[in-house]
Design a protein around this ligand. Structure first.
Ligand code: ASP
Ligand code: MG
Length: 407
């Protein structure tokens, strides 16, 4: 007898037929003798539709509180529909909204963080033999206002509920079979991984592989929640995201990821003195612009060059903010390049194997792919290259590190 949290994404609840299908899986899990808590997203496309409505109604300036009341409503529909279907199939089910459970969050509308979850009501209903169906993506602040957790946030709801219930594991059902060595749409030789570590999963997410909401992985790591990424349309066991272990270390590289969403900014002839980097980057961080890779060249004659990347959606605002301080600092020119791509190799095995970076560079050299920027962490090496090389770079690295076959 285990406690299992199952989260189903928008594509798994897209219509009534799909809801009936997942109901069967939920019932199967229940009939195997488990307590089941289901966490749902809104029906596919619904949240985007609601956001558009909020934007058209307000010219993009909706009040945060009202915006969250609106965009959280998609999940109210999906949880009630599934509960109705489960009841119709002869099982006792109960839907619960974030404020009914009491998923307490801070007050950052549209991007709130979960502070605590009251498990009392869920546990009581499970004890009564019910299947509990909770709305993902939403919570409530201390004053009773509805909040939402940011796009894709229902993964985080599910893992947080699993952590607070001390569930045996959390299953995230989506439209892919699990986590792959690379994007199967880009390279047919991609292989599904049986296991990845929390840190690898976070690095892959940061490198552009968007299977799980990164915050859900951070939470799973912090509370040691085993997470299975599975497809709602198959019986495959998917990929287990879990603590690092010996098997994982044997593999030098676990995956190759790419991120086409980056843009590169180069600031030339920056005076090399204390305080300049702060003057350039503080306005960006004040406007929630995430700067990813940063390179500062060795200075010559008191001047240096700075290159860094931001998300493409932020480039317009970054331009405006940098132009505003450029004159003041005495910068001679700023160049922007949106035709770039970040290619990363990720693996916990890197910590105990040398030569991964040099192999990556050698592979690029052989293909004539010029490297524009490099950054490394303990378990990730990323290179920025021209966007046109994305596919080629991913494929040759996948081959070079032998990812097609399990070691
Ligand atoms: N429905 C929300 C969204 O589309 C939350 C989620 O799907 O995880 O972003
Ligand atoms: Mg989703």
């Amino acid at each position: 007898m285990a406690v299992i949290v199952q989260k189903y994404g928008g594509s798994s609840v897209a219509d009534l037929e799909k809801i009936q299908n997942i109901a069967k899986r939920v019932i199967q899990t229940r009939e195997n003798g488990n307590d089941v808590v289901v966490v749902l997203s809104a029906m596919a496309g619904e949240t985007s539709r609601l956001i558009q409505m909020a934007d058209s109604a307000s010219g993009g300036a909706a009040d945060g509180r009202e915006y969250d009341v609106l965009v959280s409503s998609g999940e109210q529909v999906s949880i009630s529909l599934l509960s109705i279907v489960l009841n119709g199939m002869g099982h006792k089910a109960m839907s619960l909204l974030g404020h009914q459970v009491k998923i307490l969050t801070n007050k950052i509308y549209g991007n709130a963080r979960i502070l605590s979850i009251d498990t009392g009501l869920i546990s009581d209903e499970l004890k009564r033999g019910k299947i509990v169906v909770v709305a993902g993506f939403q919570g409530v602040d201390e004053d009773g206002n509805i909040t939402t957790l940011g796009r894709g946030g229902s993964d985080t709801s599910a893992v947080a509920i699993a952590a607070s219930l001390k569930a045996d594991f959390c299953e995230i059902f989506t439209d892919v079979n699990g986590v792959y060595t690379t994007d199967p749409n880009l390279y047919s030789k991609a292989r599904k991984l049986k296991k990845v570590s929390y840190d690898e999963m976070l690095s892959l997410a940061g490198a552009g592989a968007k299977v799980l909401h990164p915050r859900s992985v951070e939470l799973a790591k912090a509370y040691g929640v085993p997470v299975y990424v599975r497809s709602s349309f198959s019986e495959d066991m998917g990929t287990l995201v879990t603590k690092e272990d010996k098997d994982m270390e044997r593999e030098v590289v676990s995956g190759v990821a790419y991120d086409r969403d980056q843009a590169k900014i180069t600031i030339s002839h920056v005076p090399d003195k204390p305080g300049i980097a702060a003057k350039l980057f503080t306005p960006l961080s004040d406007h929630d612009i995430i700067v990813d890779m940063i390179i500062q060249n060795a200075s010559s004659k008191g001047y240096t060059d700075l290159t860094f990347t931001v998300s493409q959606k932020d480039i317009g605002e970054a331009k405006r903010l940098l132009d505003a301080v450029a004159g003041d600092i005495g910068v001679s020119r700023i160049d922007y390049d949106e035709n770039i791509s970040k290619i990363s190799v990720v693996g916990v095995g890197m910590q105990s194997h040398s030569g991964v970076a040099s192999k990556m560079f050698a592979v690029f050299a052989e293909e004539g792919i010029n490297i524009l920027m490099i950054s490394t962490s303990e378990i990730k090496i990323s290179c920025v290259v021209a966007a046109k090389y994305t596919e080629l770079a991913v494929r040759v690295l996948h081959d070079a590190f032998g990812l097609e076959q399990e070691n």
